[in-house]
Design a protein around this ligand. Sequence first.
Ligand SMILES: [Zn+2]
Length: 315
Amino acid sequence: MSDVALEDLGCPLDCPRSDETILTGRDLINGLPGTFTIVRCRTCGLMRTNPRPTPGSMGFFYPDDYGPYLGTQVQTTAPRRKLFASLRKAARKLFEFNTTRLPKLPAGRMLEVGCASGAFLHEMAAKGWQVEGIEFSPKAAAAARALGHPVHAGSLETAPAPAEPFDLIVGWMVLEHLHDPVLALKKLNAWMKPGGWLVLSVPNAGAFEAKVFRDSWYALHLPNHLYHYSKKTVRLVLSAAGWELEKIHFQRVLFDPIASFGNVLRKTGMSRLGTRLTTFPEQPGYWRYALYPAAVVAAALGQTGRMTIWARKAA
Ligand SMILES: [Zn+2]
C-alpha cells in the first residue's frame, strides 16, 4: 500500500473546505490493501472518497480480472436453447431489469464512456447506431475493438474530440469512478449536439440500503468509487457542467442489499455463505423475479441503490 500515491482534494464544486467524516472502509470487492474515508461537503452535501488514489496510482485497484471487464465480453457462441433465451429476453423487457434504459431516439451517433469489453456498443450498433467508445483498460478496449468498433484506449481526459458531435452519450456506472467529474462532464457537453441526451447510471448513496449497511454497502466499492452521489448531488454536479437533469429512474433492483448482507456475514466470520451472497449482483438468476415486487416499491420511493439519469445540454 505504501507505494500507492494518495491525494487530498476539496469539493469539486469549489465549495469552501468544510467536510464531515461519514465512514471508513476497505476494498471489499478485490480485497486490495488500504483503508479509505468518505467525507461529505458541509456546503453542498456531495460525498467523496478522500484522500484517494491519484489518477496515476489508481490502476493498482483495477486488476485485469476486474468484474465489469469480464461481464461485458460478447459471447460469440450461439445459445443452445433458443426458445428459453427468447422467453428470458421477453421477461426482462416486461420486468424492466434493464439498467440501460434510454429515451426513445432515432439511431444517430453514440459515445459510450467506459465501454469495457464492448457488449453495449455492439448491441447499439446492431440497432443502426454509429458507435464510438472510450475505455481505460487496454485489454477491455482491445476486446471492444475486435468487435469492429472504434474505441479510444485511455482516460476520458486524454480522449481527442470526435470528428462530429454526438446525439447520445452513455456511461454505465462510470461517473462515480472519475477523478474530476465536473471537468469530464464539461468535456462531454462540448462533444454533444444541441438537444442531445446524456444517460448515466450511478449508485444511489442516498438510498436506505446505503445508510443501513454503511461500510458494508456493496455499491460503495472503495476506493474505485471516488464520489458517492445522491439524487440531489448528482443534479448539482451535472448543472455545474452545463447539463440539465431531466429524469431519474430508480432501478428496480435489490441485488446490492443481498450482496451487502454478504459483506456483513464475511465480517462476522461466516465467510463461505457471505462470499456467495456477495456474488449475487452478477448472477441473481430467478431470485430477481422474487425480489421484483419489493424492488418496484423501493424504486417508487427513490430508495433503490442504483439510478439511471437522463440529462440534456442546458440551453
Ligand atoms: Zn461541496
